[in-house]
Design a protein around this ligand. Sequence first.
Ligand code: DC
Length: 226
Amino acid sequence: MIIAIDGPAGSGKSTIAREVSRRFGFAKLDTGAMYRSVALTALRRKVDLADENAVAELAQSISITFGAECHGNVSVFVDGQDVSDAIRTPEVDRNVSAAAANAGVRRAMLVPQRLFAEGRDVVAEGRDIGSVVFPHAELKLFLTADPRERARRRVLQRHEGEAVDEGLLSAEIAQTLADIERRDALDSQRAAAPLVCPDDAVRIDSTSFTIEQIVDQIERLIEERR
Ligand code: DC
């Protein structure tokens, strides 16, 4: 069985995919981590992200693999080297949309994404999972949340376990909100596999539900489709 979870940045896709994977034993595929790995490798190798052919070639030549879970995230490797932390920096955040908008990069990612799902139950999260990668997924979800709430979650996640001044926190939330809105616009308006809600997807607004309530709802949907 394949569960496709799409939605904008900070809508809760990763958290929900992780909980679904834990509760029902599905393998979790984080496709955003793959685009992040391409952007990171281009930055490291000084390949201009605006050079579409060069970046697409690079995407085809590297091998992106996933390892065990660490701090709640699956580890990510590029050609065997652990990049789990390096793909989550603000520099990669700023550059990943260019890699994700590249049609050649997206073509290169399709093969490993589909291979990942062969012969097992998978929960895959991204922007084009239900529309392009797994159009025949048994269950498609489209997660949304109020943009300010999404920015707040991102910032709190960044400072988990730290004591941070309230004023600094709200300034960071305002900046993150602007970044999120910019990225949403880029992801939704690009020509190659833009973020869309597939017609047959179940829309869930995560703003006012707990993670557990959402996963309970998904459990009912899984049972209906089994
Ligand atoms: O979910 P994330 O923030 O890790 O995604 C990183 C970027 O990759 C984001 O700009 C959207 C893009 N992306 C995409 O275009 N298609 C996917 N299936 C997953 C992510």
